[in-house]
Design a protein around this ligand. Sequence first.
Ligand SMILES: [Zn+2]
Length: 311
Amino acid sequence: MEGKQKRNIDEITKCPECGSTQLVRDYERGELICNSCGIVIDESYFDQGPEWRAFDSEQSESRSRTGSPMTFTIHDKGLSTDISWKNKDSYGKSIPTRNRAQLYRLRKWQKRIKVSNAAERNLSQALQELERMASNLSIPNDVRESAAVIYRKAVKQNMIRGRSIEGVVAGSIYAACRITNVPRTLDEIASVTRVKKKEIGRTYRIMSRYLKLNIMPSKPDDYVNRFCSKLKLSQETRKKANDILKLARDHELTSGKGPTGVAAAAIYIASLMNNERRTQRSVSEVAGVTEVTIRNRYKELTEKLALDIQE
Ligand SMILES: [Zn+2]
């Protein structure tokens, strides 16, 4: 890819996935890692070998024509639900406009995707793996379907070569959850697969770039419902946490901070205010952030929003 300029990692100040400014540099590997969401922000993959280049579309088209293409449903294994046409996530919140466009493209891909014989062999195995991981993560059917479409797209773009099927499946699930506004953390996804968190983050970034997924950074609000259910908190506390986040956003206290850490702190505060106290440790485990992060966000929010909290 000549002429493609490699961006120096020193020029990047913000995580493109979650907007956090807490980035860790690994100069030896030329990698930049987001301390909040764990994504590897690696601008050097433009220089990687030819296995990462997509076939030009003509070549892959002709392959799928000669190779007696399988249609979407043959390997389906219970993944035949259509991607839902409603632009709401599973909690009834509307999906941001930019992600909506992406969902629309996924629906279009779903109609068109055919894969070659070579790819077919692994497809059924991959979809079983996808199904297994998704049920362990309690991912709704339409999100699974989006993940399956992304996976097929990755296969068609020849992105599996040199990568593990599991890693690409994990990356597809991570992407589908982000698009449909029910983001899972990399830790959560890593907990149901043998693939390491860092590898999932790296694979996701490459997929997102090659498949032009253009996914909006996630927001603290996207995590509140799920984290609160896991902590068995009441509706009122959930609402309180959302109110605190809104206030925090109005006071511009959320930008440059990892969304899971901000969500965790808001939930922690809401649990104290509503006498449903959860420990920082239990909130940190659910949110996949450290207790130190929760304490820092807690301090900023309570001080700047002048919240009177009895710990
Ligand atoms: Zn991030």
